[in-house]
Design a protein around this ligand. Structure first.
Ligand code: G
Ligand code: MN
Length: 240
């Protein structure tokens, strides 16, 4: 399991960390995009999902006992997992076990996936939000989500897909799309996080566009728990 820091783009404060599953098989990395669908197919999604959630929250608890302050941990959840009947109860149980506050948990859901199973997932998401858990839409911009749904579900955050951030500065349209997503997000009362920030130029543009939070190689790579840094960023210097 690796952890990638998330920062407030205006003041450089650490806002959280996303936990990323790494699967190593015969010396080769297998990405979650490959093994999650297989886990779903073979009925292993609940087992894997619970393992990822528990391990992530246990790590946060461990950091806390070591005196490290991390406002929240972002954990990816697959559609199949959220559709499971006991999903909210299970999260509840893991939170109690690890003594992590619901407000310290952010569940990331992929946009396409969310729109596909909206009805089943709505109840589950509402139950989670009632407890204070945050819900983020991952890879935003690549799927087909309607704004009405986002509003309806009272999502907390959108994560702009890294392909859009990668295109920043390449042409005017790319900048317009990112600016439109940020503005739209804010007008709906959402926090907006930019994924995949790799250059100072991208960071500078995002700061100008008032993007709230960011994640990416420039700010911090995914690392093992022991290597995770809790130091805030000197964001102004980084953006130069
Ligand atoms: O789907 P999701 O957004 O959760 O996936 C995040 C993935 O993006 C992780 O595998 C992570 O290693 C990768 N990633 C994180 N930051 C960057 C970045 O700045 N550039 C690129 N190319 N990939 C990144
Ligand atoms: Mn994610």
């Amino acid at each position: 399991m690796n952890f990638q820091p998330q920062f407030n783009l205006q003041n450089g404060q650490l806002t959280g960390a996303e936990s990323l599953v790494r699967w190593k098989h015969q010396g080769q990395h297998i990405s979650p995009a490959e093994f999650i669908p297989l886990a779903e197919k073979f009925g292993l999604i609940q087992t894997i999902g619970s393992f990822v959630m528990r391990t992530s929250l246990e790590q946060l608890a461990l950091w806390q006992t070591q005196g490290h302050q991390l406002p929240k941990i972002a954990v990816n959840a697959s559609s199949a997992q959220i559709s499971l009947q006991n999903f909210p109860q299970e999260i509840d149980a893991i939170l109690t076990e690890t003594q992590i506050l619901p407000t310290q948990l952010d569940i990331e859901i992929t946009e396409t996936v969310l729109m596909e199973n909206l009805k089943q997932q709505k109840c589950a998401l509402q139950a989670l939000q009632m407890q204070g858990i945050e819900i983020s839409i991952d890879d935003f911009g690549t799927g087909y989500s309607s704004l009405a749904y986002i509003k309806h579900l009272s999502i907390d955050r959108i994560k702009i897909d890294q392909s859009f951030i990668n295109d920043l500065g390449k042409n005017e349209e790319s900048d317009s799309i990112v600016f439109a997503i940020i503005t739209m997000g804010h007008s709906l009362g959402l926090k907006v996080l930019a994924e995949g920030i790799e250059t100072a130029e991208q960071l500078k543009t995002l700061r100008k566009m008032n993007c709230d939070e960011g994640q990416g190689f420039l700010l911090g790579r995914p690392v093992a728990a022991e290597a995770f840094s809790f130091t805030p960023l000197d964001i102004k210097t980084l953006a130069q």
